[in-house]
Design a protein around this ligand. Structure first.
Ligand SMILES: *Cc1c(COP(=O)(O)O)cnc(C)c1O
Length: 372
């Protein structure tokens, strides 16, 4: 039996048309109208004045942290429950990621713990809108203002999500997106840095392109990167951006179908939507309660036997051997993130999933929980 995939990109005739246009006109590299359209279109959608497309979300974070000009030992506060791209962007700049546990209810950074983590070395806060649900941004922004900190908003999982009616990615001094194949909007591989500040936008453009100078191209006064996106990739993004409202609606409909069919199963916790939030359910995560006697890895195995693909939740940064080797996060404990990592997994919820497949997944979950 064919596996039901966790997610599959949906490519339409519009993407094909735009990509072919690049090929036919020869605009296949890192300049062209689709790049400009994608940058301005996405920045406008997020209500940010400047958008600079880059090669992926990880490189977007690297540039975002570079913009902070960290001194060795400077600190950036972030959730432990996130992708390694966040923490490594800081360590690459000789900074120190300072971790915060998750909120057990909405799975985002527990914003009540941020202030206790501030030291004289703190330079920035990096909220991550995880799995399509926004972080509670008002406390983050208030604390940042009170202590004079920058906010880098990682919105790579929250295209179209809203906090108090405003789009995620529109709150930070700098925000970043990923357009990897499994994200709500994809360019295959791709990312973007958004910012409110013209100077940071200018510097991002420079860092993205090896810090070539305008007047004298091969004279450099800073070390940059080649993190350019191509016009072909941007063409995919422009086509997808035209459909973003539909994409968000479809994701929410998939989540609503799961919520309806799974709501009476006591053994699992489902994703929630805070009253101040619009969740885009980038993935549909479920948590197995401990009293079921089964953990996420065992459950994933049983679902795989029923041809249903799943993915594990993040393993917190404080549990990563790569950081322990450099004496980071030794003996730190974040119980909520640890529980999410062990008991959470996400189930198929890609744009191509059919209603019958959603039913099949729910039936399988029920079966396993009854018979295990
Ligand atoms: C996907 C993702 C990234 C990295 O994006 P890539 O394009 O895969 O490098 C960064 N942060 C978060 C929260 C992500 O989910």
């Amino acid at each position: 039996m064919k596996m039901i995939p966790v997610s599959e990109p949906l490519v339409t005739a519009r993407e094909v048309e735009f990509v072919l246009d690049c090929l036919r006109t020869g605009w296949i590299s890192s300049a062209g109208k689709y790049l400009e359209q994608f940058e301005t279109g996405w920045a406008e959608y997020c209500n940010m004045p400047y958008g600079i497309a880059v090669s992926n979300g990880t490189t977007a974070l690297q540039i975002a942290v570079r913009l902070l000009d960290l001194q060795p030992g400077d600190e950036v506060i972030m959730p432990t429950f996130t992708i390694i791209s966040c923490a490594q962007a800081v360590t690459y700049c000789n900074g120190i990621p300072v971790l915060v546990d998750s909120n057990p209810y909405n799975w985002q950074m527990d914003v009540t713990q941020i202030e206790s983590k501030i030291t004289p070395r703190t330079r920035a806060i990096m909220p991550v809108h995880t799995y399509g649900h926004p972080t509670d941004m008002d406390p983050v922004l208030d604390i940042a203002k009170k202590y004079g900190l920058m906010v880098i908003e990682d919105a790579a999982e929250a295209h179209g999500a809203e906090y108090k009616g405003r789009k995620c990615g529109g709150f930070g001094d700098i925000s970043i997106f990923s357009f990897y194949a499994n994200k709500l909007i994809t360019t295959g591989e791709g990312g973007m840095v958004l910012t409110k500040r013209e100077d940071l936008a200018e510097r991002t453009r420079s860092l993205r392109n090896l810090c070539f100078q305008k007047k004298q191209r091969f004279l450099h006064d800073e070390l940059g990167y080649n993190y350019r996106l191509t016009n072909i990739q941007a063409a995919l993004g422009v086509a997808q951006l035209e459909r973003i409202d539909q994409i968000v609606e479809r994701k929410r409909a998939i989540a609503a179908a799961y919520a309806e069919q799974l709501k009476d199963i006591e053994e699992i916790e489902l994703p929630i939507e805070e009253p101040w939030a619009k969740n885009v359910y980038w993935v549909y995560g479920i948590i197995l309660k401990e009293n079921t006697g089964i953990n996420a890895a065992q459950f994933a195995q049983k679902l795989a036997e029923k041809s249903i693909e799943t993915r594990p939740f993040f393993l917190g940064m404080h549990e990563q051997p790569v950081f322990h080797k450099v004496e980071l996060f030794i003996n730190e404990k974040y119980p909520v993130a640890e529980r999410l990592a062990r008991q959470g997994l996400y189930i198929p919820a890609g744009l191509t999933i059919r209603e019958s497949e959603i039913e099949q997944v729910c039936e399988a979950i029920r079966d396993i929980l009854i018979t295990h």
